[in-house]
Design a protein around this ligand. Sequence first.
Ligand SMILES: [Zn+2]
Length: 62
Amino acid sequence: MFTQINCPNCQQPIAINVKRLVAGDSFSCKGCSAKISLAGESSNVVTKAVNSFEKVAAQAKH
Ligand SMILES: [Zn+2]
């Protein structure tokens, strides 16, 4: 399952696999190489984006 979020750094759309993200994987922005993950500083942006798409992120908060 893929969803798209905007890079918190350069606003470029990034395709992320939600399942892998919740499992702890991180993704890199193609525009600025920012790291997107639930554990990093982008976690708020990612959580919001994922929540609006699926409720999967809620499971990662346990
Ligand atoms: Zn970026």
